[in-house]
Design a protein around this ligand. Structure first.
Ligand code: ATP
Ligand code: MG
Length: 410
């Protein structure tokens, strides 16, 4: 057989991009903003592509291209102005990434992003990597509903694509609720919206792992994070010695690395896990089950900006630029509180700025606000990280801040 000739779509060889180059990011949210901050600190210029003229990242970036993710002219300009391009949310069209990768460093790669965009493909990937997943069924049409085994109820019905922060999910206990949930998630779509029904698992805790994998396959990680979700949205992340069973944390870390290796991933990847409560489900599935992955820095890794010597955003810059990766070290115990728009409405229906001065009076507080002009319930407006010398004291201080802000104790 003859060798395959090089085609015009051959990817360009990745370059090492030293500070001074310009780095691009698809997406203008808070993750893009914190990427821009990290890149600029290291001496890069930045270009953000996002349709919103007032986006958190667009406002921080040297250049903001205001257009949609499939705007050909915009993507051409992004490629012309930058040497490497990353993404800050997984719903960016994979097609845009593969097009850009023809001429520029792009990480993560389009194929990894496509898998992470789709819960069905994502679960198949975890299974391929021999990482246990929640028992589930992929529902592609209304006919598939009757074939759902009883064991998956009660369960959570999730759209296969485009869900985030608990959106696109319905908890269902009976077959009637499953039918109603399916109809609700179909909305006004003309084609069936593919869904995944997952068995509702008895959770003892949740955790996540952020790994960064370079082009040479070298992989480093942040310490395993313990996460508390409320109404499907991350509320609190705690990272300090003794907050997780060390054997389970190691298992999560090993699993996250397998998931990254299995994708030949280049970039920052977050893998979220469920830690199961004792009982028959845990006896059957094991203590640790993977939930999902995000092909980018993650909300549960924000503490790394203030509590680690290398943040998840600096790792993203290093991966994209092909710079060396060294193992990050956490230098302080930390607790991160998400600041949702709800906190602006604790006194009534008119938005009122929370008492930041009271929070900043507490020791070891690091306030991050994303510059969003309008607070809305459920909207991520910022986060607050506490660091200190002693884990119990950091936790105590974070609880004090929570009380000031109107966040329920944890
Ligand atoms: P993200 O913002 O992390 O992308 P998402 O909208 O993709 O969130 P999931 O991570 O699937 O949503 O679910 C959100 C939360 O809902 C989980 O962190 C967990 O607390 C709960 N949850 C989801 N699936 C299950 C399950 N099968 N069993 C029990 N709890 C679950
Ligand atoms: Mg999640």
């Amino acid at each position: 057989m003859s060798a395959t000739p090089a085609s015009s779509t051959t990817m360009s060889a990745p370059q090492t991009l030293l500070p001074g180059h310009t780095l691009g990011v698809l997406g203008g949210g808070q993750l893009g903003r914190m990427f821009v901050h990290a890149a600029q600190r290291m001496g890069y210029r930045t270009v953000v592509l996002d349709p919103d003229g007032d986006s958190p990242a667009g406002r921080a970036s040297d250049v903001h291209l205001r257009c949609t993710y499939l705007d050909e002219e915009g993507l051409r300009t992004l490629a012309q102005q930058t040497s490497g391009i990353t993404t800050e949310f997984e719903n960016v069209p994979a097609r845009a990434l593969s097009e850009l990768a023809r001429t520029r460093n792009v990480s993560p790669a389009a194929d990894a992003v496509s898998i992470a965009q789709d819960r069905a493909l994502e679960k198949a990937h975890f299974t391929r990597c021999q990482v246990p997943v929640a028992p589930h069924a992929v529902l592609r049409s209304a006919q598939d509903l009757s074939a759902v085994p009883d064991a998956l109820l009660p369960g959570i019905l999730k759209t296969a694509t485009l869900g985030y922060d608990g959106k696109g999910q319905v908890r269902v206990h009976t077959r009637e609720e499953l039918q109603a949930g399916w109809t609700q998630l179909q909305g006004a779509a003309s084609q069936p919206v593919v869904c995944v029904l997952e068995q509702m698992l008895p959770l003892a805790a949740e955790c996540s792992v952020i790994v960064a994998r370079g082009r040479d396959g070298q992989c480093v990680n942040l310490p395993v994070q313990r996460n508390l979700h409320r109404q499907g949205i991350l509320a609190v992340t705690e990272v300090f010695d003794g907050h997780l069973d060390p054997a389970l944390a190691q298992q999560a870390l090993d699993a996250a690395r397998k998931v990254a290796d299995g994708l030949s991933y280049v970039g920052v990847l977050c893998v979220e896990f469920f830690m199961l409560a004792p009982g028959p489900v845990r006896d059957q599935l094991g203590a640790l089950v993977v939930n999902e992955m995000a092909p980018r820095p993650h909300n549960s890794g924000h503490y790394s900006i203030d509590a680690c010597d290398i943040s998840q955003f600096e790792l993203q810059v290093r991966c994209l630029a092909g710079l060396p990766l060294t193992q990050p070290r956490q230098h302080s115990p930390s607790v991160m509180l998400n600041l949702l728009g709800d906190l602006w409405f604790t006194q009534g229906p008119t938005a009122r700025e929370p008492d930041w001065a009271a929070v900043l009076a507490l020791p070891g507080s690091h306030l991050h606000l994303y510059g969003k002009s309008e607070a809305r319930v459920g909207r991520k407006m910022g986060h607050l990280t506490f660091t200190g010398a002693d884990a119990a004291q950091v936790r105590q201080t974070a609880l004090q801040a929570a009380a000031v802000l109107g966040i329920a104790p944890f």
